[in-house]
Ligand binder design. Structure first.
Ligand SMILES: [Fe+2]
Length: 140
């Protein structure tokens, strides 16, 4: 599974892009820990580390949207809540299980990696565009 920030994920907003790089780096560390032998403790730790940055990043993004009066804020917040729930569910699963299984890693792939990449390309890109257009009214 390739988990890296590439050009297709660029939104054009520097703050958002920088934070996405860190978020994706933490997702990669989490997935790597899941693929280690006897990785349960490590995986729980890395999921925690990922959750911490997710909370920070989402609240920063939401603040940014509030500041500019972004019309899609509520829907975006709901998306963020969905992702946070995905992380919570994975944590609950991991606590119960003996360790990360292949099925677990598959779930991480769809509910974390694919989810985030799709979210960035649609939702975050439109936020970045809105910010850009608002700061360059001549382009409207
Ligand atoms: Fe977002």
């Amino acid at each position: 599974m390739t988990i890296e920030f590439d050009d297709t994920l660029i939104t054009g907003n520097e703050t958002i892009d920088t934070q996405h790089k860190e978020l994706i780096a933490r997702i990669k560390q989490f997935v790597d820990s899941c693929e280690m032998e006897n990785g349960k403790i490590k995986a729980i730790k890395m999921l925690d580390y990922l959750t911490e940055y997710t909370n920070f990043h989402f609240s920063e993004e939401e603040k940014l949207q509030e500041e500019i009066g972004y019309p899609g804020l509520k829907e975006h917040q709901e998306k963020h809540a969905e992702f946070k729930k995905n992380l919570k569910d994975l944590d609950a699963f991991l606590e119960e299980a003996e360790g990360p299984t292949d099925a677990f890693v598959e779930q991480v792939k769809s509910n974390v990696v694919d989810w985030l990449f799709t979210h960035i390309k649609a939702f975050d890109r439109s936020v970045a565009e809105y910010i850009f257009l608002n700061s360059h009214p001549d382009r409207l």
